[in-house]
Write a protein that binds this ligand. Structure first.
Ligand code: HXC
Length: 258
């Protein structure tokens, strides 16, 4: 399918989805989010793809939900469409690993989209924020929940209540991003991480992702049980035999997702 608001490229085993509304700093409107969820669904279903990257431009990952699109909406419009919820659900339900490669602004819905990904690689010029308070609203794509879990109450409250931005250095220190690199290297760093992930067994990658995500949804005891069951189940795979044999035979494993 031809997309207008995003660009999809598949390089080796990595799908790179670039948000592409440069005139609006990649503001997220309904069309972009529909295209993004469709592209993510296709990448998830494509056997060739083993890891996905979502990125933006050098100036903005995404400067939030599109204020022009939202400004005239009523409560009923928002409530009846459950604004952006269907797209959000699709994005956060992708089974394959998804990396956010963030340069420049990741604000409001842009910050929330980055947080829906499995981890964030940021450029030194990245700026994260939940400035919805300046518009007389609050975050609506998970920001009050995910940011609080990722950086803790003090910083989350500070950001949601004052609308201030967090730079890349603070974001890394706070646990919001996994790596900070020079702005020009963001995509390359994400691509290298994606290639590394692509070499693993996809069965194990999906299990690791599910188990880590579970830690946000359940008690530690239940999470530990969930992890153990997944760990045990991987012993039913050929990839476990291959991975452990390769180690013992001092060679590289050839995983086949079986
Ligand atoms: C629509 C946007 C936009 C947005 C920027 N633009 N952000 N359009 N929605 N969220 C547009 C501007 O109107 C402008 O268009 C062009 O992009 C360039 O932006 P400038 O403001 O001229 O750039 P600059 O001065 O460099 O400032 C960058 C900025 C600022 C600091 C990122 O644009 C900004 O504050 N944007 C809004 C950030 C924000 O409040 N995000 C939260 C949105 S609410 P023109 O046509 O004038 O050139 C949200 C809710 C999510 O995300 C929940 C939904 C369910």
């Amino acid at each position: 399918m031809a997309y207008e608001s995003i660009i999809v490229e598949i390089e080796d085993h990595v799908a790179i989805i670039t948000l592409n509304r440069p005139d609006a700093l990649n503001a997220l409107n309904s069309q972009l989010l529909q295209e993004l969820s469709k592209a993510l669904g296709e990448a998830d279903a494509n056997d060739k793809v083993r890891c996905i990257i979502i990125t933006g431009s050098a100036k903005a990952f995404a400067a939030g939900a599109d204020i022009k699109e939202m400004s005239d909406k009523s409560f009923v419009d928002m409530y009846m469409s459950d604004y952006f919820e269907p797209a959000m659900r699709t994005i956060s339900n992708v089974r394959k690993p998804v990396i956010a490669a963030v340069a420049g602004y990741a604000l409001g819905g842009g910050c929330e989209l980055a947080m829906m990904c499995d981890f964030i690689i940021a450029g030194e010029n990245a700026k994260f924020g939940q400035p919805e308070i300046n518009l007389g609203v609050i975050a609506g794509m998970g920001g009050t929940q995910r940011l609080t879990r990722y950086v803790g109450k003090a910083k989350a409250m500070d950001m949601h209540l004052t609308g201030r931005f967090m730079d890349a250095e603070e974001a890394e220190r706070s646990g919001l991003v996994s790596r900070v690199v020079p702005p020009k290297k963001v995509l390359e760093e994400a691509r290298q991480a994606a290639e590394k992930i692509s070499e693993k067994s996809l069965l194990a990658s999906i299990a690791a992702k599910q188990a880590v995500n579970r830690s946000y949804e359940t008690t530690q005891e239940e999470g530990l049980l969930f992890e153990r069951r997944l760990f045990h189940s991987l012993f039913a795979t050929e990839d476990q035999k291959e991975g452990m044999s390769a180690f013992l035979e001092k060679r590289s494993p050839q995983f086949r997702d079986r």
